[in-house]
Design a protein around this ligand. Structure first.
Ligand code: HEC
Length: 96
């Protein structure tokens, strides 16, 4: 493979990979929790429940928060719920 072709392949690979990575970063559940879930109360309320609520309990809580007025995209909910359910008590950035 020539240098130019190699560069082209790398460029294509990066062109495909970088935006995908950037999108994944945008939807980082940790950031979503901090930006969406701390509008009305401190993260302490969420922290207390890490390792306590399971997947179903978090699903119910997040639905309840959406009814309370939380601005969460429906598409982001499953990821957020799994993330919350897989945290351990005291995990950052929810707990400090
Ligand atoms: C629009 C305001 C608002 C937003 C945004 C919000 N909450 Fe709440 N949250 C409340 C209120 C009010 C309460 C206490 C009364 C109640 O339970 O409805 C509460 C209570 C809680 C509780 C303790 C009660 C329980 O059911 O365990 C948890 C945990 C919680 N919120 C998590 C979250 C999470 C996670 C998010 C982000 C998805 C979030 N909240 C976003 C208003 C909000």
């Amino acid at each position: 493979m020539t240098r130019t072709r190699l560069a082209m392949v790398l460029c294509l690979a990066l062109g495909v990979c970088l935006p995908a990575f950037a999108r994944a970063q945008d939807k980082d559940p940790a950031q979503t929790v901090i930006s969406v879930c701390t509008r009305c109360h401190t993260p302490a309320r969420i922290c207390k429940n890490l390792g306590v609520k399971d997947q179903d309990a978090w699903d119910a809580t997040v639905s309840h928060m959406i009814r309370n007025g939380a601005k969460l995209d429906a598409a982001d909910k499953p990821g957020l719920v799994s993330w919350l359910a897989s945290r351990k008590p005291g995990d950052k950035p929810v707990c400090n």
